[in-house]
Design a protein around this ligand. Sequence first.
Ligand code: HEC
Length: 119
Amino acid sequence: MTQPNKTQKNGYQNSPFLTHGLNRAGLFAVALLAGCLMSGTTLANEQIARDQQCFKCHAIDSKKKAPSFRTIAQRSDASEIKDVVRNGITSLFGQEKMPANRRISESDLNALTQWILAQ
Ligand code: HEC
């Protein structure tokens, strides 16, 4: 391609979105998609835990306010985990220890439970 004349050059500068701007956004989208596909479902399920604020009190492999997900995975099975996450744990004195999550969808709850068990 020959050098664009002055008018064409201004044209490019005035519409970055229609020229390389769009290409860059497109490349970025492809890279992002590839990244998601490669990392598989682990990341997606961890994202549910993040979205549900589980990491405020739990960590994957160290005790915070609550037992680590690794400890939980060792001593609990799927139905126990699902029950606790859905209904929470309240102490005898009515103090909420593990908050209930009534609004989490069944499929997110299943994915989250499988993710915890895999830690
Ligand atoms: C406000 C703090 C807090 C948040 C947020 C929280 N938890 Fe908990 N969780 C706790 C505490 C504290 C316990 C321990 C309760 C006990 O054993 O008395 C617990 C216990 C649990 C247990 C049972 C562990 C066992 O004893 O086997 C599971 C499973 C669990 N949490 C999963 C989750 C998940 C998943 C999320 C996100 C949806 C979450 N928690 C969010 C505080 C929290």
